[in-house]
Design a binder for this molecule. Structure first.
Ligand code: URA
Length: 209
């Protein structure tokens, strides 16, 4: 699909298959999510600009590459986003972190924000918004709207699985935000679950029902 970067690295695909299995335990699921999030983070940051810094090795002075610009912001859409966040922070420990909490109003079915915390200078940073499942896209779309309202201009969206319906909705709302995912699954079922999917990502990582 246009505008979607499917991360087809063999290790990502292998780990994802184990995560999908219904018999995978909570502990196993959590460990795999941590591992896979590092690999996904590696891919989503692959084209970051570098600049040269003059440093001294024990032998000589040299110009060595470092990542240019202000620290990245990882934005976790609560609660399942936190599962991706953990591994990403291991890879980029200096990243800033934003949390967005949204729940679905029973009557309107629209996402309602209950928590928002982010650095002030979003306009000067690259933001990577994370949520394991891009299903209808409603919460991710609302989260990105909110970040743009707060000035964000440079945003990427990273998930584990995406449904074609969610991708379409998201791209319609935010054509400027590139989507990164490990898989585009078949469809959404009548309850809004991704099929074949992996079930409820939050429940699987936290052992709830
Ligand atoms: N959220 C989940 O956790 N799983 C789905 O399949 C869809 C949305």
């Amino acid at each position: 699909m246009d505008g979607v970067n499917v991360i087809d690295h063999p290790l990502v695909q292998h780990k994802l298959t184990i995560m999908r299995k219904k018999e995978t335990s909570t502990a196993g699921f959590r460990r795999l999510l941590r591992e896979i999030s590092m690999l996904l983070c590696y891919e989503v940051t692959r084209d970051l600009e570098l600049t040269l810094e003059t440093i001294e090795t024990p032998l000589v002075e040299m110009k060595a590459p470092i990542v240019e610009g202000k620290k990245l912001v990882f934005v976790s859409i609560l609660r399942a986003g936190n599962g991706l966040l953990e591994g990403m922070l291991e890879l980029v420990p200096s990243a800033r972190v934003s949390h967005i909490g949204l729940y679905r109003d029973h009557d309107t079915l629209q996402p309602v924000e209950y928590y928002f915390k982010a650095p002030d200078d979003l306009d000067e940073r690259l933001l990577i918004v994370v949520d394991p499942m891009l299903a209808t896209g409603n919460s991710s779309i609302a989260a990105v709207h909110k970040l743009k309202e707060r000035g964000a201009k440079n945003i990427r969206f990273l998930c584990l699985l995406a449904a074609p319906e969610g991708i379409r909705n998201f791209q319609e709302a935010h054509p400027d935000v590139k989507i990164y995912t490990a898989s585009i699954d078949s469809h959404l079922n009548e309850k809004g679950y991704i099929v074949p999917g992996l079930g409820d990502a939050g429940d699987r990582m936290y052992g709830t029902k």
